[in-house]
Design a protein around this ligand. Structure first.
Ligand SMILES: O=C(O)CCC(=O)C(=O)O
Length: 267
């Protein structure tokens, strides 16, 4: 069983993250919310599969931009109001971080896997003593060896050479955690999703945060162009990148503060 910290153990969990390149923390998102989001995600995976219309695509089980569906399912965004989650991210990335990617990695049952099943790092960018991004994997099921719990090679965030598969699997640990755990990963740590040999989906949300000056993985504000922004709080807009867009007109650069698209402090 992986050590699961609480949000109260902030100092110890930050130390663990910095040494090991990952840490598991019990989230304060409630059980009913996670179950609801799980069923929404499983439904949307099929919606997106039909929209893409490619058989056996390697991203099956992954949504390209979950906030795109917030018109029909506004609760998808509620996770971004969780203060404990945001507080931990702020300890690592400092103030004004934004969402780089809001997706999930759900593994289909009965021997299913995803394109993340081989050992990999998410972002091979090595700036000494600097965190430019971090991953929050929020489990919506108990993770077990049977259902494809993630493999992680502790303290491997500085290893630039890909370890051999033999070395990786001999030294990596499974992330065995209950539903409702936030597993924070340094995107440079070597890890792999497992194969799901159970009869049910193994589900999680994957939210990647980054510095506000970085280009998002997908352009979330444009992916949300059909959604009424008045329903979003200023904080949510900031997190989703609405205040970190490159100006595309004189008005957006020189105009009234409310019309500007780059109002974040330069950090
Ligand atoms: O779902 C998992 O267990 C790991 C996900 C992963 O490796 C990734 O998305 O990069």
């Amino acid at each position: 069983m992986t050590t699961v910290f609480t949000h109260q153990e902030l100092g110890n969990s930050i130390d663990f993250y910095n040494s090991n390149g990952f840490v598991a923390i019990k989230s304060t998102l409630d059980e009913a919310y996670l179950s609801k989001i799980k069923s929404i995600m499983l439904e949307l995976i099929e919606v997106e599969k039909n929209a893409i219309n490619i058989d056996n695509y390697r991203d099956y089980g992954f949504l390209l931009c979950a906030p795109h569906y917030a018109d029909k399912y506004p609760e998808i965004l509620d996770v971004l109001n969780n203060e404990d989650l945001l507080n931990f991210v702020e300890q690592i990335l400092e103030k004004w971080f934004i969402v780089y990617l809001y997706s999930n990695n759900c593994i289909p049952p009965n021997g299913g896997n995803t394109k993340a099943y081989k050992p990999h790092v998410d972002t091979p960018r090595y700036i000494q003593n600097y965190h430019q991004s971090m991953v929050a994997m929020i489990t919506m099921d108990d993770y077990t060896e049977l259902n494809g719990a993630t493999w992680v090679l502790p303290a491997s965030q500085k290893i630039k050479e890909k370890p051999t598969d033999d070395y990786f699997y001999a030294n990596a640990q499974r992330v065995i955690v209950p539903k409702g755990t936030i597993c924070f990963f340094d995107p440079k740590v070597w890890h792999a999703a497992g194969t799901n040999f159970s009869q049910d989906w193994r589900t999680c949300l994957l939210i990647v945060f980054c510095k506000p000056w970085m280009k998002q993985r997908v352009d979330i504000p444009r992916f949300m162009s059909h959604i009424d922004k008045h329903s979003l709080s200023e904080k949510l807009k900031q997190l989703l990148g609405f205040k970190s867009q490159s100006p595309a007109s004189f008005k957006e650069f020189y105009g009234d503060e409310k019309e500007r698209t780059f109002t974040q402090p330069f950090v």
